[in-house]
Design a protein around this ligand. Structure first.
Ligand code: PNS
Length: 162
């Protein structure tokens, strides 16, 4: 059985993330969306548990997609699977350097681990969780950017939880 791990901080999950997860689910037998801590991103909007719960509400209709979380190294988490593949989306611009570095480090820690990239859909090339958080703080319409299941929650949180 082929297994893909789609790791990320997902703060929150955007339609760009969902596009990658959906396409990965067409290619692999089993997909784990893995909510992780990114040491470079401080002051998250949502707790890890909140993110897991929100993603579960978004992906429940995909039979071969599950959601998990891990607070250690991705390369260590992946050791529980036989031939896991990390799948990440690659957007135009800044993603490449970071992603290339992470893939190399992960392979060094766990030589059994491959990383593959799906080019982001053109529509979502400039979409990021941080842009969504900013838009949400102004109460903007997020329907082009977020799965509909989580829009209200993001807007409420951005407005100070009111
Ligand atoms: O969505 P992001 O923030 O770009 O995802 C980055 C993430 C969370 C996948 C990365 O920071 C990560 O793998 N964190 C877990 C800890 C780890 O393995 N760090 C070493 C990376 S080389």
């Amino acid at each position: 059985m082929s297994i893909a791990i789609c790791p990320g901080s997902f703060d929150p999950m955007t339609l760009g993330h969902l596009n990658i997860v959906r396409r990965t689910a067409h290619i692999f037998d089993r997909v784990v969306v893995l909510v992780m801590y990114n040491a470079n991103k401080s002051r998250p909007m949502f707790s890890i548990d909140e993110r897991v719960e929100m993603i579960k509400r978004v992906v429940w209709q995909y039979e071969n997609v599950e959601v998990d979380t891990y607070d250690g190294l991705l390369a260590e988490y992946a050791k529980r699977f036989e031939s896991p593949v990390i799948v990440k989306g690659l957007r135009a611009g800044t993603d490449f350097e970071n992603e290339f570095q992470m893939a190399q480090i992960n392979k060094t820690i766990n030589p059994n681990l491959e990383t593959m990239f799906l080019t982001s859909s053109q529509k979502y090339t400039f979409l990021s969780s941080s842009v969504v958080r900013e838009l949400a703080s102004y109460g903007a319409d997020l329907s082009e950017f977020l799965p509909r299941e989580i829009i209200d929650e993001v807007l409420t949180k951005a407005q100070g939880g009111k």
